[in-house]
Design a protein. Structure first.
Length: 297
């Protein structure tokens, strides 16, 4: 195994470790610190989109900015289109990616989720280079990267598209969670509990609905209990004044303190929403969702 490959595998192991600590949203500080190999630090991300640490001759990562998290184009085939570095001064970066492609070197794709937070997909492989449109095509994860050439057989193509689709879904879910939790200042909108490990970004309308997009106005930061209660129509939100309602049968049930304090006591309470109007739950979506709740009562 050559030195270049050993560094890449060590980088993937380091990212595995970071994901155990941080989940899908990796802090930029841990990526820029990187890990150590033979006494030398290997940062995993740089200031420009394409990054090559000093210990390697070929780039190790490509990144898209959190300012433009959906700007990287995943095509119909679920392959990522990654634009060339446009300035002449960074032309060697593009050259580096061409080498990564011709030598089948696996890369890391960092997708900016929010300020200072990135999701990582690896191994990612450059599968095409199109000078006419100044783009590289990248397949993320699950590709037979350790083979010297990428097979063009149909099974491989399907596997690749599927693996990339999963990677894309994970990226978008992680970005949605990050934005919603931040908008609600990392608190449950019902009970205000503040532990991120217990919080979810709930969809007001499910993602299969035509208005079910992963955008903050379709999101609510809810703890696990209130998320499940909302999804199962035990908890409803009145759209005009954001009053919380507990479903009639649950309201009159007699059980322990979790039922009383966790659910019944919130009946008639108020949903906490972000201060910024554009981050608050969208009224039309709440109305559609409330209809479902009423039907279940
Ligand atoms: Zn809660």
């Amino acid at each position: 195994m050559d030195e270049d490959h050993a560094v890449r595998l060590a980088a993937f192991r380091y990212l595995d470790h970071l994901q155990l600590l941080h989940g899908d949203a990796l802090p930029w500080s841990a990526l820029i610190d990187g890990f150590e190999v033979n006494g030398q630090r290997v940062p995993l991300i740089g200031a420009a989109g394409i990054w090559k640490p000093r210990v390697l001759d070929i780039p190790i990562s490509i990144a898209t900015s959190p300012r433009n998290p959906y700007g990287d184009a995943f095509g119909e085939d679920d392959l990522l289109s990654y634009r060339y570095q446009s300035s002449a001064a960074r032309a060697y970066d593009n050259e580096g990616l061409r080498r990564a492609m011709s030598e089948s070197r696996p890369l890391i794709y960092f997708h900016g989720l929010d300020k200072g937070l990135y999701s990582a997909s690896y191994p990612a492989v450059i599968v095409a280079d199109d000078p006419a449109t100044s783009t590289f095509t990248v397949a993320c994860e699950g590709v037979g990267v350790l083979r010297p050439s990428l097979a063009s057989g149909s099974i491989e193509t399907v596997t690749r598209a599927y693996a990339t689709r999963l990677a894309v879904q994970r990226l978008h879910q992680a970005a949605f969670r990050q934005r919603v939790l931040r908008a609600y200042q990392q608190r449950c909108a019902v009970c205000s509990i503040k532990h991120v490990q217990l919080l979810d970004a709930a969809h007001i309308l499910p993602d299969l609905h035509e208005l079910g997009q992963p955008v903050v106005p379709n999101g609510l930061s809810l703890c696990k209990i209130h998320h499940a209660a909302f999804d199962s129509n035990i908890l409803g939100i009145r759209p005009n004044d954001l009053t919380l309602e507990i479903r009639e049968d649950i309201l009159h049930e007699v059980d322990g303190p979790m039922l009383k304090h966790g659910l019944q006591d919130h009946h008639g309470g108020q949903l906490s929403v972000p201060r910024a109007a554009h981050e608050r739950p969208d009224k039309e979506r709440l109305e559609m969702r409330y209809d479902e709740f009423r039907k279940a009562s």
